[in-house]
Design a protein around this ligand. Structure first.
Ligand SMILES: Nc1ncnc2c1ncn2[C@@H]1O[C@H](COP(=O)(O)OP(=O)(O)OP(=O)(O)O)[C@@H](O)[C@H]1O
Ligand SMILES: [Mg+2]
Length: 107
């Protein structure tokens, strides 16, 4: 959001009958949107449209890697000149909350 704006982080759950649950996180911004011609590249490591010294192009690549280590997915759900919505889905853990060691990485 080069001109400022608002970010909303929306968290919820989804459960379909007979299937395990899913955490659904949406990151919604009022930025400039993702142009169609770069949509396929935004998750590539080091891909950036920022000026030299301003960005590494690692933000989305790292986010995708972390989410995939949790067996989840991230995708652009919606984008226009008024902003972008990223949708993250992470499957529910079958572990008991008390069994999870928060200092360790994902299993
Ligand atoms: N929310 C967004 N709205 C519009 N374009 C985006 C958005 N997020 C990423 N992009 C586009 O995808 C490119 C890659 O994003 P990524 O987060 O990987 O790197 P970066 O933001 O350029 O650099 P860094 O994360 O190091 O600050 C950005 O340069 C930009 O062109
Ligand atoms: Mg970024």
């Amino acid at each position: 959001m080069p001109h400022g704006g608002t970010i909303i982080i929306d968290c919820g759950g989804q459960k379909h009958e007979g299937k395990s649950g899913m955490a659904v996180i949406r990151v919604i911004d009022t930025g400039t949107g993702v142009p169609a011609e770069i949509k396929e590249k935004i998750f590539d490591p080091f891909f950036t449209t920022k000026k030299p010294g301003k960005g590494t192009g690692l933000g989305l690549a790292l986010a995708q890697r972390i989410i995939s280590l949790h067996n989840g997915t991230i995708a652009v759900e919606k984008t226009s000149k008024n902003g972008t919505t990223f949708r993250i889905e992470i499957p529910e853990s079958d572990k008991d909350e008390t069994d999870i060691d928060t200092k360790a990485g994902p299993a």
